[in-house]
Design a protein around this ligand. Structure first.
Ligand SMILES: Cc1ncc(COP(=O)(O)O)c(C=O)c1O
Length: 366
């Protein structure tokens, strides 16, 4: 008898530290500068750490995260029953797969993008269809082509990431509204993990469509990646469907308390994200001066074509600098960089001055 899954679902490569790899290289994880994750580099509000000291860890957390959901309901102007919290947006992607993708269901994923959508569709034995943005268009979405794909494939679910990881491309509200109305039998799962990094861009939840479910992460803009916290917003029936599949107590007491404290310090978030945007513009400029060409992006992370992304990453890591090799997005010639604090960006720029850049190839050859 075998316990292995004959349809083994691929594991997804993510950014972040690989502790086994660092051990092999003799590197201390605490000393590595991590440009491979897209977390707010200025860290959480100081109020978060203060709050954590008071959490009663002998008691079970609130299964329904009532206080946190109330705060989120107020923040988004929604009803309590339109919100569910999860152990990071990652858990909510899985819950969406469990609730809405069934064996044989066609599912459309707009690529290149975050790998967990495809993983969960495969896990559910859905039929995976991919629409892929073109490098020649700097990976911009093509709303007309996407509309045609939706019409042709009639997917049960369409996963889209807005702004997209790894390209930083944004879909307009108008296009989202049009797709949701024109394809009412498709559920649009809109992953807004990075939307707070883009100023003045409203959430798709404001469109109030019955077939739009929005996913949010609190690990990125509030810098709570180690605590794991995310939530989904949507019409009540969609939220109830997700709730049916969520394991009990999946959001621990620290995460709930941290989420509340982070929401209560909006000034910290605004201030740090404003500085980050400014620093991102400067970082991009300095990279260009070194002969690298950051692709257009609405967020603080962006792709750069370097010739061989894996080799580029390998050369930087012994210097204690980690970048995201984009091969797992099907982009082996690219790396993704997230803007960090000014002095940290300078360290990367300094390390790069010793490089011969493969990226000097003109962009229009891509
Ligand atoms: C697009 C996207 N969605 C969701 C996640 C997962 O976020 P969380 O840390 O909240 O689970 C990530 C993490 O990298 C991501 O890039």
């Amino acid at each position: 008898m075998s316990f292995s899954d004959p349809h083994e679902t691929d594991r997804v490569t993510h950014g972040g530290l690989d502790y086994a790899e660092l051990r092999e290289l003799g590197l201390n994880p605490d000393a590595v500068l991590d440009f491979s994750v897209n977390v707010n580099p200025f860290g959480p509000s100081p109020r978060v750490r203060e709050t954590l000291a008071w959490v009663d860890i002998a008691r079970y957390p609130d299964r329904e995260a009532l206080a946190l959901r109330e705060a989120l309901a107020e923040y988004h102007g929604l009803e309590l029953n339109q919100i569910i919290v999860g152990n990071g947006a990652a858990e909510l992607i899985w819950l969406a797969g469990l609730a809405f993708v069934h064996r044989g269901d066609p599912a459309l994923i707009l690529e290149p993008t975050f790998g967990e959508y495809a993983r969960v569709v495969n896990l559910r034995r859905g039929v995976l269809h991919r629409w892929r943005a073109r490098p020649a268009a700097d990976f911009a979405w093509d709303p007309k082509a996407i509309d045609q794909a939706l019409a042709r494939l009639r997917p049960r679910v369409c996963f889209l990431c807005n702004p997209n990881n790894p390209t930083g491309q944004v879909v307009s509200q108008a296009h989202l509204a049009h797709w949701a109305d024109a394809h009412p039998r498709t559920l649009f799962v809109v992953d807004e993990a990075y939307l707070p990094f883009v100023p003045d861009t409203p959430s798709a939840i404001n469109l109030a469509r019955p077939n739009i479910l929005v996913l949010r992460s609190m690990t990125k803009n509030y810098a709570l990646a180690g605590l794991r916290l995310g939530y989904a917003l949507g019409p009540r029936p969609l939220i109830e469907a997700l709730a049916r599949f969520r394991p009990p107590w999946s959001v621990n007491a620290f995460a709930q308390a941290a989420g509340l404290a982070a929401l209560a310090d909006e000034a910290h978030r605004q201030r740090t994200l404003t500085v980050l945007r400014r620093e991102c513009a400067m970082f991009r400029l300095q990279l260009k001066r070194l002969g690298l060409t950051p692709l257009p992006s609405a967020t603080h992370f962006f792709l750069i074509e370097v010739g061989d992304g894996a080799a580029f990453r390998r050369r930087l890591l012994p210097k204690g600098i980690l970048v995201r090799d984009a091969a797992s997005f099907g982009l082996p010639a690219y790396v993704r960089l997230a803007t960090r604090r000014p002095e940290e960006n300078q360290r990367l720029l300094q390390a790069l001055t010793t490089f011969e850049h493969a990226s000097k190839t003109p962009r229009n050859n891509v």
